[in-house]
Design a protein around this ligand. Sequence first.
Ligand SMILES: *Cc1c(COP(=O)(O)O)cnc(C)c1O
Length: 483
Amino acid sequence: MDKNQSTGLLFEISRPGRRAHRVGAPDVPEIPLETLFPGEVLAETPPALPELAELDVVRHFTNLSSKNMAIDCNFYPLGSCTMKYNPKRHERIVALPGFGAIHPLAPDSVSQGILELVYGMQKILAEIAGLPAVSIQPAAGAQGELTALLVAAAYFRHKKDYRTRVLIPDSAHGTNPASAALAGFEAVTVKSRADGLVDFEDLKSKVDNRTAVFMITNPNTLGLFDGQIAEITKLIHDAGGLVYLDGANMNAILGITRPGDFGADMMHYNVHKTFTGPHGAGGPGSGPIAVRDFLEPFLPSPVVVKTNNGYALDFDRSLSIGRVHGFQGNIGVLVRGYAYILTLGPKGLREVSEQAVLNANYLLALLKDAIEVPKGDRCMHEFVASARLLRREKRISAMDICKGLLDHGYHPPTVYFPLVVPEALMMEPTETESKETLEEYAKVFKAILAESAETLHHAPHTLGISRPDEVAAAKTPVLRWKN
Ligand SMILES: *Cc1c(COP(=O)(O)O)cnc(C)c1O
């Protein structure tokens, strides 16, 4: 772009012969570029952007989007991810100009609405957690884990009580040990018993004055609530450590029990899971943390506070670990979560969990004669089946079953996780699925198990891509629009 040329940015993007999208374009005043940017940062030549007509771009992305599996199109029992229905009214709410058009750098005086919402969300999440102080900054559950562990590290440093270890059950999500390592701790694995719950004796043998934090997911990734939680938290607290709750499975216990009440000192939420943020393919997420009062001074800065003149960002936090995300995190996910929580209210949230647990148990009952479910015939909001015997006896693996499900229009369960179950298939139907959907899914699932190994080894047969080399896709992704 010629830097001396005076032009409106919108018009500069169109080139001769490709001007269709100018029809009906708003009357944008011509602003000399130099008044917007200092001369030295303006490029001498135009960037090599692809030249495409708008309609071609629309068709490209619309066709791409229809190739996706989505909760709006398919049953999506992806365990641990809580793929529940995302109400469409949330999209209207989040697009309201007061939320959608506000500039993140706008002064507090003109951002009172969004600050009030964040403040309200802090209060609500504190109430549901049973823990008084909340930071809504982290952008995902994993970042919430890291943030809380940095808070814990700052707390112990402040006390000059130097602790080096984070204990984590072997059924935990992989982000738990990763977060511990990133926060500078040594991650120590705690065994699970044969029934899938924490091996208390093994935990006891590993707890000492080096223990900073014990991270527990409860209910755990097997969909089991660990009833030893009171003994576990007492053991950790007696040794001077803190208990962290991985809150990814809050969908099972909303309004029924509170992490703070069963002894957790810190937790994260996955707002995109539990409170309906549309997610998948890596984001966007929102992973607020809630902590006990003695950890509050170390929370990320700023937090939203209520003053005599309304709401404000409080940066005056000398012990804070600092920022973990720009502005207030992924605010759009929080707006949707806030709308969801206010719509349902306390009673409605409890019903969500009761229905989620009922649905998972119904699906488990429909499937347990067809496939092994090693850790019990009752569950919370999800359960883990195993294709171990099928693999041995019929050469049908968990992966084959998943590929077969794709042919029938179902998103597969979470597969090969948790690691404590061989050939794992982790299913979470969520509360928003109907009885008919669950029955139909169970019928198809059983029909797939009856197919021959030869047929299943080549599934899916109906999709454009069959069995990509996932390792190569992850290691050498092709990210350019043109080679
Ligand atoms: C999803 C999940 C996480 C990580 O959360 P993200 O929001 O994906 O970063 C951690 N633990 C468990 C048990 C989970 O299911």
